[in-house]
Design a protein around this ligand. Structure first.
Ligand code: FMN
Length: 328
């Protein structure tokens, strides 16, 4: 077995935490912080970035931390290390998410690593072509790697699913607590390097299920293009239990599914309104047959031919999010 100099090990973990900056997060809040130690990196939730109206329990905050954790392990795998994650649910330290080490050597895997830099939230309507069953099986397997279940909403359930999304949107629109959170994270200063801007939102397009109404003052910058969304499939990730640790693993599964579909040339955008509003989350659970706890939904599709690339969204800097040993 090759042993690595500890310096190389910590450099690798620092690189992994930098790659994790590209992870998706609710309203691009990037609610995490890394602390590098001797031979490990610790991931901490940043509760100052929690959406108190939209996400009072912190489920979407921990889902977002889970996507960062999975992105870091993908970066380690690309460097030929399996990653070794220690989860320490700790009531005294609810912000602590996980400690990650390099783990044993493994064959370097670059496929998902490349997808980290290609993945975008694509809110445009997708094409008429439905993603193939083989790819959907791969997405199911990606979720199951984390013991999270991926349900594909059946065609005869899409209307009920669309009503659930619309109902959640109405509830949120009528509630100042939700509106305030969305407003706060769509009007961030550019120097904050976070939040959602008009650059990644899409102008009016007819579709079965519209993306979240961000209600941004500036006009939406992305042309919806010629897509009809007729081939789009809707998937729901569900966990067996519904505790904070499950929300983190749901985030790891979300990242795995999203990077896998990106590597297959598909595109996606999450729909989290359906889990943010409790009665709607309960209705969605019933729609799925009462099995599992819905953690997040997503639209997945084949992009239209020659679709223009969606611009990369902004991220905080490594110095803001990664603490070096001794910095606390
Ligand atoms: C937990 C979670 C929930 C999200 N919910 C939504 C949503 O309801 N609607 C939406 O359009 N995007 C949603 N997103 C996508 C984020 O807005 C997006 O990841 C962020 O703005 C960064 O952009 P990027 O994914 O293109 O890098 C969600 C992402 C995560 C991780």
């Amino acid at each position: 077995m090759t042993t690595q100099h500890p310096r190389a090990e910590i450099d690798q973990l620092a690189e992994a935490s930098i790659a994790a900056l590209r992870a998706p997060s609710i309203l691009n809040t990037q609610p995490w912080r890394w602390r590098l130690g001797g031979n490990h990196a610790e991931l901490w939730a940043d509760r100052s970035r929690q959406l108190t109206g939209l996400d009072p329990d912190g489920r979407l905050l921990l889902l977002s931390c889970g996507t960062a954790l999975h992105h870091a392990t993908v970066a380690l795998r690309a460097a030929g290390f399996a990653g070794d994650i220690e989860r320490l649910p700790d009531e005294e330290r609810p912000e602590f998410v996980a400690r990650i080490r390099q783990g044993p050597r493994c064959p370097a895997d670059n496929l998902l690593y490349r997808a980290i830099y290609q993945r975008r939230t694509d809110r445009r309507p997708f094409s008429d072509t439905r993603p193939g069953d083989g790819v959907l099986d791969d997405l199911r397997a990606a979720a199951e790697r984390h013991r999270v279940h991926l349900h594909v909403v059946r065609e005869d359930q899409v209307t009920a699913f669309a009503s659930a999304v619309a109902r959640a949107g109405e509830v949120e629109h009528g509630d100042a607590r939700f509106r305030d959170d969305v407003l706060a994270w769509t009007t961030r200063d550019r120097d904050d390097r976070d939040g959602v801007s008009a650059r990644s939102t899409v102008g009016g397009a007819r579709r079965t299920i519209a993306p979240r109404d961000f209600n941004i003052a500036a006009p939406a910058a992305l042309d919806p293009g010629p897509g009809t969304d007729r081939g789009t499939v809707y998937v729901v990730l569900a966990t067996d239990a519904d505790e904070p640790a499950d929300w983190v693993t749901a985030g790891e599964a979300l990242s795995d599914v999203w990077l896998t579909l990106t590597a297959h040339g598909l595109a996606a955008s999450p729909i989290s309104e359906v889990v943010e509003v409790l009665p709607v989350r309960q209705a969605l659970r019933r729609l799925l047959g009462g099995v599992g706890n819905p953690a997040i939904a997503m639209r997945v599709g084949v992009p239209v031919e020659d679709a223009a690339p969606v611009p990369a969204t902004i991220r905080r800097s490594g110095t803001d999010t990664v603490g070096l040993p001794g910095q606390g």
